[in-house]
Structures are given as C-alpha cells and as structure tokens.
Write a protein that binds this ligand. Structure first.
Ligand code: IVH
Length: 670
C-alpha cells in the first residue's frame, strides 16, 4: 500500500481508539442485541486494528479484541480450586414443594418478609470468570463444585464476555455457558457430514466446545453466556437483584427475563408462563431458579453440604409422547460400552422428531420388560435422545418379541465383559474400531504415554487412512505415510515420529495406565508396577496375587485378569515389546526413598532450557508430584518466563518460589 507507516505514537493512539470502538460494537451486538453498524463495517475496524498491530507487534495486549481467539491449540487443561465452592441447587417439581421451601426459610429466619428473584434455569454449564485489574484473567468450569478445569482461552472466545471492565477490584463472575439451538444444530450437521458422533444435546455440545483443545474450534461453535453472580473483593452486593444490575452496568450479559417478586403466587405465574413459552427461546431452560433476594438473609440461611438454603430450582415437567418400538439394536460406544438403543416409529416431541431412544443397559430392558413391538411412553429432558419411561402393556398383541442381549461385540465379535453386579457390558478389545479411537487417545494422553500432537483429529486421520489399526501400529508409522495425510507437513510428521519414539522410554506405571485396563487408574498402575516390576509378570499374575497389591480388590483384580486373558491383548503386549517399549522396571527404587518424595511442585510460565512436560517428568522420576494448582500443600512453585496467576497465588499463600536454575540444581542438573 502507498500509505505512510504511522509513527509509533500515532499507532498507539489509533490502536487505542480502534479497540474502544470495537469493544463498544461487540457489546452492542453480542450483549445488547442492538447492532449499530453492519458486519462489514465491523470487520473493517478489526482489520485495521490487526494491520496496525501487525506493524507494531509489541503493542498487542491480551485484552485486545484481536486476541480473543488464540492461534495455538493448548496441550491440556489444568485443574483449579474455586475460591468459594460452586454449589448446585435443590430441585422441586410442584408448587407445594415450593411452599415447603418457603416454610423452611421462615423457620430459620422467623417473621421476616422475604423477597425473591425468579430466573430462568439455563441448561448449560456453570462457569466462573475472574477479572483482575479490570481484565479478563481466568475462566474455570464448575467441575465437581470444588475444582474445575481452567478453560480461559476457550471462554475468551465468547464474544458476549467483555475483555475489560471498568472496575479494578478483583472480581469473580459466575454464570451459565450455553450453546444456542441454532448453533447446536449446525454443529451436529457438520459432525454428521464428517462422520463424527453427534452430541446428544446442546449442553453436551457446549461442554465439548469448552473443553476443546483448540480455541479456534471453540470459537467456531458460537457459545454464549448469561451471568447471574458477582463477587467483588472487599465489597458485597446487598441483593441478588443488585448483583444482576451491577453485572449489567459492567457490560455483562444477563438473562432479560429475570424478575423480582414478593410472593410465591407471583412466582407460580412466572413459572406457568415460561413452562408454556420455553419452546420460543433459542436455548434450553429446564426450570425457574427461585432465589431469596437479600444477601443478608441469604447469609443467615446458609447452606447444607450440597445446596444453598436460599435458592431452589422449580423444574419444568419433562416433555413426553407415546410411540412404538420397531427394533432394538446394540451400539458400541467409545469406551467399549454396549448400549441397547430402541429404534422408534418417528414421533414429534417438543419440536424435534424422535426416532431413537436409549435403553441404557440389559438390566433396564429386563426391569421395564421392554419388547420389540411395544408401545411406550418416552420422555425428553434436555436430551435429543429421550428415554423410555414405561411400557403400555395393555396395548400388547402377543406379537411382541423379547430382546436377547449379545454376548459378543457386534462390531468386532470379541467376547463381552460384564463384571459381577454391574449393569454395563463392555467390549474389552482395545483394537475394536469403536474402541480403538478412545484407546489411542488415552494411550497418547499426557498422563499416560504423553505423545504430544496425537490428538482427536490426527487419530481420526490415522484410522481413516488405515495407518493405525491397533495401538502398536503407532510404532510402525513411517514418514512417508504421514506426509501424505492432509495438513501434515514433513515437519509435523517428523515431530510426531520423534514424540512416538520418545514414548518408548516412559516408565512402567505410565505404560500400565496407558493400556486403559478398566478400573486401573494412575494410582493403581503405580501400585501394580511397584509390585510386579514387569508387565509380562503382571500379565500372567493370578487373581490371588493381584489382590495382594495395595489398592487392588477383587473387582480390579478380575478386570486385570480378564484384560490379559484376551488373545488380542496378549498380542498387543508382544508387539509393544518388539517395538522396543520398556516392559520392566530396571532401577526400581521405592518412591519413599527418592529425593523428591512427598514434595509437590507447580509450574508456571515458560521455561527456557526444558519444556514444562520435561520438567514434570524429571520431578516424577525423582518421586515428586506435579500439581496444576497452588495450594497450601505445594512445596515449590517453579517460575518461568511470563508466569501466570499461579505466581500471585503462591505469593499470597507464602509458598516458596524457585527459578529454573535453582530447580536444575535441586534435581542435580545444574
Ligand atoms: S444459581 C448457589 N442461577 O444450575 C447458587 N444457577 O443445578 C447456584 N444454573 O450449578 C447457582 N441457571 O450451573 C443459578 N439462573 C441460574 C441458573 C443456574 C442455570 C445452573 C448452575 C448451577 C446448576 C444447579
């Protein structure tokens, strides 16, 4: 272009102005639903900003609108503790139960007038986002309520989240991330085209997107969010209603249908209204959340171990219909689980045509006495795939037939394993095509053989092109075959081969864990490795010896025996051995005598001499543990270049921090 390069100062000013403008229009478009300029004009603004930032890369800041979608896939998610637990809600299904909820409140705080906020209960995923110094800093999923996964880069792609806010306190906001129906359908259509398994409902699709390792993928799914809580360091909102208003003031998206009420009768009308109208929304709602408005009263009411006593979810009834079962088929899932599925006479259920229904497992079919040809009542609660509620036995004609559950895998014909007292039968052949994909991903995963770069997309390609038909095939991959794959240049092919080669050196506990034996998690794998010291010995161990091992009961023991009894798995073992994997512990040292035994390390920032994974391996090999979040139990935080919030947390908790050099000395590599 003939344009003159702007001076640095001019660029700085222009960049600031463009960012303000873009942020303003993002809010108008995504939060307020009230766009003021065309998409084209908006794109032009972003393009100018990108150009300027391209000329002055050092002026790029993480909160620039150009930085919403990271360019690089990430290698995994770390688990983070919530500062306050993210509780779930107690449910009720009738007005009487809602009255009982109020009675319980009156018992605890007698004589007080209670005001409520009624909000729609969005069927999505709970999320917590922290803003520090006015900037979007960290996003964590609800997880089990106490710990969740850090999904910052993915949540940052949600355009209705402001990247900056005008409040410099440390602020945590919480809300529900969801996938609008339209985006859900688009996602599933694309998956169908690619032959990928479909998501059962928008919630699962949203969960999948949040946990996608490539933020660009997550961005393409068009997630959205409604916020409902805000916690500001050193300040407390007086009421839920004020919280919602404050969220709105700061530019967050709140659900527009929330209302404040003074009586349960009003809440009942609100509930009835939305029970009728719920289909008109572009997202799934499964009830009304009723919250005591006053924060003082909330605090007085407190919580049980699971739920707050000041809130309840008043659920909408599930949507039901009747139809006929035409056939029952068995599907093999990615974990090898055999799931019987009823093929139904297609029927409309709240706007969606239903033609299949999961029957869960063999016992369920027997318990409900479900037969082919039966008329059944089905129910949808969020899922696109509904369940059978009951059989209408009075409509039987005698022509119905009982279903016989297969004893061999319908895909690969291996025998099926069903542990005593369990409902689900599984195909235990890791090379069963239905299972292979999952087995490969697990084998390559970070805590198993740690083969970097071998993720979903590549595994699919390898399988589709017939390059990998079983786990050991990984070790026969050649540069030539890989280079011919789409999007696999020679550099990435070589990297992959290097990674695979390196994996041959992994320690025995990782290999045992990587095999994906049912019930054998990391800890059990470690215990088994310590006891047997040799994979071949483990593979022939009788049950009596297995149960001698710490952490191994009959259930785990039986599963190990079953696994190694399969001819496919014996072959797997001998091929891995031939490929050069280490099947035995050479210098087996007891963990307790290793130099870093009992010490827990957390890594933050980029290290210069080695990668974080390599550091983690060194620590583990010396008996130490690596954790992803800083807590009072952390021994050291190892600090690299541009460390994250873990450093701040370490300082706050008074945990010693060391730099890479000191770490090298500590592990004897200085
Ligand atoms: S309040 C202690 N409000 O439902 C307060 N939750 O079953 C707990 N949810 O974990 C959350 N819409 O993920 C609240 N308007 C709403 C909600 C909502 C959906 C989710 C949330 C929570 C789950 C509890």
């Amino acid at each position: 272009m003939g344009l003159k390069q702007p001076s640095r100062k001019q660029a700085e000013q222009k960049i600031r102005k463009l960012r303000e403008e873009i942020k303003h229009h993002e809010k108008k478009y995504y939060v307020d639903n009230d766009p003021q300029i065309s998409d084209y004009e908006f794109d032009l603004l972003v393009k100018s900003l990108k150009e300027l930032e391209g000329q002055f890369p050092d002026l790029i800041t993480p909160d620039s609108p150009t930085q919403r979608v990271g360019e690089q896939p990430i290698s995994g998610f770390s688990s983070v503790e919530h500062s306050l637990p993210m509780l779930s809600l107690d449910n009720c299904y009738s007005y009487e139960e809602l009255e009982e909820f109020e009675e319980r409140i009156h018992k605890i705080i007698p004589g007080e007038k209670i005001e409520y906020v009624a909000e729609l209960k969005i069927d999505g995923l709970g999320i917590s986002v922290i803003y520090r110094d006015g900037r979007f800093t960290q996003a964590v999923t609800r997880g089990d309520g106490y710990r969740g996964d850090e999904v910052t880069l993915n949540v940052k792609t949600i355009r209705s989240f402001p990247l900056t806010i005008k409040d410099h306190h440390e602020i945590e906001v919480r809300g529900e991330v969801y996938l609008p129906f339209a985006s859900f359908e688009m996602t599933n259509q694309e998956r169908e085209k690619k032959g990928e398994p479909l998501f059962a409902n928008p919630r699962n699709a949203a969960a999948g997107s949040l946990r996608h390792l490539d933020p660009r993928e997550a961005a393409s799914r068009q997630l959205d969010v409604f916020l409902y809580s805000i916690f500001t360091e050193g300040k407390e909102q007086k009421s839920q209603w004020n919280s919602l208003q404050r969220l709105k003031e700061l530019g967050f998206k709140i659900n527009p249908h929330s209302r404040r009420y003074t009586s349960l009768a009003q809440i009942r009308s609100f509930w009835e209204e939305w029970n009728e109208k719920r289909e008109s929304l572009d997202y799934d709602v499964d009830g009304v959340v009723v919250k005591v408005d006053s924060v003082r009263q909330q605090n007085a009411l407190g919580r049980t171990s699971k739920f707050p006593r000041w809130a309840i979810s008043f659920k909408f009834p599930a949507r039901q219909a009747t139809t006929q079962i035409k056939d029952i088929r068995v599907q093999v899932g990615r974990t090898g689980a055999l799931t019987p599925v009823a093929i139904l006479e297609p029927v409309q259920l709240s706007g969606i045509t239903i033609s299949r229904s999961t029957l869960h497992n063999e016992d369920e079919i027997r318990r409900k006495d479900i037969r082919i040809g039966d008329h059944v009542l089905i129910e949808r609660s969020g899922d696109v795939i509904p369940k059978v509620v009951s059989v209408m036995k009075e409509r039987r004609t005698g022509k119905e037939s009982r279903f016989v559950f297969p004893t061999r895998c319908p895909v690969c014909n291996s025998s099926v394993f069903k542990p005593e007292g369990e409902a689900i039968s599984r195909c235990e052949n890791p090379s069963c095509p239905a299972r292979l994909r999952e087995s490969l991903l697990h084998f390559a995963s970070r805590r198993a053989m740690n083969i970097e770069g071998l993720g979903d997309a590549l595994v699919d390609q390898l399988m589709d092109n017939g390059l990998v038909r079983s786990i050991p095939d990984l070790y026969n991959l050649k540069l030539q075959g890989l280079e011919n794959l789409e999007r696999m240049g020679s550099k990435s092919s070589r990297n992959l081969l290097d990674e695979i080669e390196k994996s041959k050196q992994r320690a025995l506990p990782r290999l045992i864990f990587a095999l994906g034996i049912r019930y054998v998690g990391e800890r059990t794998a470690q215990a088994l490795a310590a006891h047997f010291k040799d994979l071949e010995k483990l593979s022939t161990a009788p049950l009596e010896e297995l149960v001698q091992v710490e952490d191994v009961g009959p259930k785990v023991g039986e599963s190990v025996v079953f696994f190694f009894r399969q001819p496919e798995n014996r072959k797997l073992l001998s091929r891995l051995k031939k490929a050069g994997l280490k099947l035995s512990h050479k210098e087996e040292a007891k963990k307790g005598t290793l130099p870093l035994a009992g010490q827990t390390f957390v890594l933050t920032g980029k290290l210069s001499e080695i990668t974080r994974d390599e550091a983690a391996e060194i620590i583990e090999s010396l008996g130490g543990t690596v954790s992803s979040s800083v807590s009072s139990r952390t021994t050291y935080v190892i600090v690299g270049e541009s460390p994250g919030s873990k450093l701040i947390r370490a300082k706050r908790l008074g945990i010693p921090t060391i730099e890479e050099k000191e770490f090298a000395k500590l592990v004897g590599k200085g």
